[in-house]
Write a protein that binds this ligand. Sequence first.
Ligand code: NDP
Length: 327
Amino acid sequence: MFRAILLEKDDQGFRAGLTELDEARLPEADVLLAVEASTLNYKDALALTHRSPVVRLWPMVPGIDGAGTVLHSAHPDWQPGDRVVLNGWGVGETHWGCLAERARLKGEWLVRLPEAFTARQAMAIGTAGYTAMLCVMALEDHGVTPGSGEVLVTGATGGVGSVAVALLARLGYTVVAATGKAAEADYLQALGAASVLDRAGLMAPGKPLQKERWAGVVDTLGGVALANACAQTRYGGTVAACGLAASMDLPTTVAPFILRGVTLAGVDSVMAPRAKRERAWARLARDLDPALLARMTDEIPLGEAVFERAAAIMAGGFRGRTVVGIA
Ligand code: NDP
């Protein structure tokens, strides 16, 4: 038996709670993992609060991220005792996830835990931090360098935003952190933001082309904020779009793209190929300051606190990253 969060939906409606499950109920896959830590991302909060149709198989053990030790493997790449990290691949959506003491996962989904990180640190990073790294890599791949000019990060106090600010600042970029939480300016500056911008200025519809300011953007909001970010991006700049915390829409025109050569670079973490994940995790081990990671992270146990934190994340009032300690 193992402890797990279980989400159920049937004729009686939606139910969620901590329960004990038989290992025989775990889905088919070639690696059995003893989960040491998991985390709560925005998508986990959506699933736990049943706010949007993240879960597509019922009942579901949520948890899109996990880190721990291989207990059993029928996959050639993994042996018992190997330390691994899992992000995405539909885990916690269509395949039982990692808010549990055990997970059975496909070996091809796993990445070796970098030696620089404990399982808890890997989960402090989680999909949010790994996505922030993918965004930084997208900017770099499109030629945005620290010398190019200011880089805007939206949703800056969130998980993706906090890690993006810390990474970009450490790499030498001049980071402008846009937030709706004026009281968190000190937090963002401690992570390395050169200045803090009131999110409200990005949330009102603006002209198709605005004063050129950003050499690069990491956008977690979507909607009008992303449209304004594109309209304010300098000639030849790049906007890495990874989120929809404000909106799924994109009410923009083609003007920034055809008149300023702006690149809108889409960033997906869920189905990203393994080589790209390994590159991102190696870069995180090199470029993320562990002291800043600790500063943005808070740990909760597997239990009722998971649901309380998910509600806080959905209310947009939580800052940074959550680790769910499991073993
Ligand atoms: P968090 O909840 O940690 O952070 C989101 C931040 O966005 C908040 O802290 C807040 O920042 C801001 N925000 C929240 N609600 C609103 C709102 N209604 N309007 C405007 N701003 C808002 O989420 P994550 O950082 O984990 O994820 C951010 C986004 O990125 C989500 O949409 C998530 O689904 C997406 N994502 C996508 C991935 C991919 O593979 N493409 C992977 C990971 C995440 P502040 O108060 O500082 O402005």
